[in-house]
Design a protein around this ligand. Structure first.
Ligand code: C5P
Length: 411
């Protein structure tokens, strides 16, 4: 990093889209989060917002052209590129994305991108048809392949009246993503471009058309892992049981309901993945038969026969070609003994165990604490926000993956 002070240095590029007005607030949010911000605008961005706004908010002169002799004398564009710890372009228009994908350097902003080694974050904003166009999709895929981190776009009502994906994410969300990503530093950088599969949430096992057997998993832990991994540049596929959460930005989500559906989705998606993180609370049993119509409460009691569901994780681990397998264990007692038992029985590479039934921890809470076990080691992750816990867990996973990849280590 090029910083001499501890503040994260963010070079914010503003391209020419109506969402440029939101970038003024983004500067505020980044600075509130402790970042130092310098702004570069494209020519067309200046049609939407005045330089003075960004100058006042960032506390620095705004750069707009390669050919500004006075500005170059103060801080040359190469120096500016080196200054940045992070490059963030918000809004990133379809045109700018195309120029970046092609490696064009025909204005100050695109030149800075080529001249900088700093991680590049893009917050796309454009009409939904433009976002859906195959040309844009190809450009985005190329950029992703180079490790560029995509933030959004969000789905919803657009300035042009259309409804669909293409809205720029809210400034607070963008700022948090970049600052959290910056905080993660190099420890999560091996995730860039890594394809990983994550399962999350409960499964619902239908009894009849209106009733099911379920559990109290909120999905928050799996979703936090998906979000943190995607922000660090991983290509995340999330197989999710029914939860009340929206898909984290940049994550491909596949919705399932039952354990059997989850198993089928995991089977299909597993190929080519470097790791499978099984955070889902899969129901161990399902009703032997699903009644075709609503069961009536005629009798004083009702028995429902349950049959075993497959153990998705244990079955996977028997494959010759298997990714790194990280399982979870929610225990009420003898945590280590039960977790280590599962680690061995399910032939996992790592297991993250937490005690459920204690206040402030586990299934339905925003915080979690866990102990992570692997063959020959363990590590505690103290009670913290699930995103912090996710970050620490991913760091441990990457360390184990690196260990396993060392030549001569057959374990
Ligand atoms: O055996 P237990 O349910 O405690 O194991 C937990 C781990 O196994 C979790 O990672 C969970 O996602 C996975 N699992 C599974 N299929 C099941 C039950 C659990 O993949 N039927």
């Amino acid at each position: 990093m090029s910083s001499t002070s501890s503040a994260t240095r963010v070079l914010l590029g503003v391209a020419g889209g109506i969402a440029a007005y939101k970038s003024a607030e983004l500067v505020r949010r980044l600075r509130d989060g402790g970042a130092e911000v310098r702004v570069v605008m494209t020519e067309s961005a200046r049609q939407f917002v005045g330089e003075a706004t960004f100058q006042a908010l960032s506390g620095h002169p705004v750069r707009t052209s390669l050919w500004d002799a006075q500005a170059e004398a103060a801080m040359g564009h190469i120096e500016l590129a080196r200054w940045a710890d992070h490059l963030l372009i918000a809004p990133a228009t379809a045109d700018l994305i195309a120029r970046l994908a092609a490696g064009v350097a025909d204005d100050l902003l695109t030149t800075l991108v080529l001249a900088s080694k700093a991680p590049l974050w893009l917050a796309p904003a454009m009409n939904q048809q433009m976002w859906a166009h195959p040309a844009t999709a190809e450009n985005v895929a190329r950029l992703r392949g180079r490790g560029v981190r995509l933030l959004g776009p969000a789905d919803g009502e657009q300035a042009c009246g259309d409804i669909g994906p293409g809205r720029m994410l809210e400034p607070a969300v963008i700022a948090r993503a970049v600052l959290d990503g910056a905080g993660a530093g190099d420890e999560l950088s091996p995730l860039t471009g890594m394809p990983i599969l994550i399962s999350a949430g409960p499964t619902y096992e239908d009894i009849d058309p209106v009733r099911y057997v379920g559990n109290r998993s909120s999905g928050r832990m799996g979703y936090a892992i998906a979000e943190v991994a995607a922000q660090a540049g991983a290509e995340v596929t999330l197989v999710s049981g029914p939860v009340a959460l929206s898909a984290p930005f940049g994550v491909r989500r596949i919705n399932v309901r039952s354990a059997l559906e989850m198993q089928a989705a995991v089977d299909t998606e597993l190929e080519g993945k470097a790791a499978f993180i099984s955070a889902a609370a899969v129901a161990d049993f399902r009703p032997a038969v699903v009644a075709g119509s609503k069961i009536k409460k005629g009798d004083a009691s009702l028995s429902i026969e349950l049959v075993r569901n497959p153990d998705i994780l244990a079955e996977l681990s028997e494959r010759a070609e298997r990714p790194f397998l990280l399982g979870f264990a929610a225990e009420t007692d003898d945590v280590e003994q039960h977790a280590r038992g599962k680690l061995a029985r399910k032939r996992l590479d790592m297991i993250a165990a937490n005690r459920v039934g204690v206040d402030g921890c586990g299934f339905e809470s925003a915080e979690n604490a866990m102990t992570v076990y692997w063959n020959g080691g363990e590590a505690d992750i103290a009670l913290a926000d699930k995103r912090d816990v996710a970050r620490q867990l991913l760091i441990l996973m990457l360390a184990r993956m690196a260990e396993a990849a060392k030549p001569g280590d057959a374990a």
